[in-house]
Design a protein around this ligand. Structure first.
Ligand SMILES: [Zn+2]
Length: 138
């Protein structure tokens, strides 16, 4: 479990460097190697927690979730969004994510929306890879 949010070493923007391709959404600087390593399990952990919740309660969103860190808010947003995805079964999932991310804007504004989309798509990709995504379309 992450204990603090990562901040860009150049501009102090918050983001989640879950792989080496992720850049700061504000200034495009890459995260430190240590930070990338620390966040390398972020998507996998998220997918595993989602599956656990789904098996127990039938939904991705847990009854309780820590607050305080941006990373917690991002995880919560993903739970909500993937629950909505399974309900609405949109044909175009990327468009669905874009629309939902805009309406749930977290601190960071527009520049953060693209980062949230990257996270949502990474979660979706891993779910598809593991045969967990049951909705047709792309
Ligand atoms: Zn930056």
């Amino acid at each position: 479990m992450l204990r603090e949010d990562y901040q860009c070493r150049q501009c102090q923007a918050f983001f989640i460097p879950f792989n080496e391709d992720i850049q700061c959404p504000r200034c495009m600087v890459r995260a430190t190697e240590d930070a990338i390593e620390e966040h390398a399990q972020f998507i996998l952990d998220l997918v595993l927690v989602m599956q656990l919740n789904k098996a127990r309660k039938g939904v991705f969103i847990p009854e309780q979730w820590p607050i305080g860190l941006l990373v917690n808010s991002v995880q919560l947003l993903m739970f909500e969004m993937f629950d909505a995805l399974e309900q609405e079964k949109p044909k175009n999932k990327k468009k669905f994510f874009e629309k939902n991310i805009k309406s749930m804007a977290l601190e960071g504004g527009d520049e953060f929306d693209g980062h949230l989309l990257d996270i949502a798509l990474a979660v979706l990709e891993l779910r598809i890879e593991r045969g967990l995504d049951c909705i047709n379309g792309n």
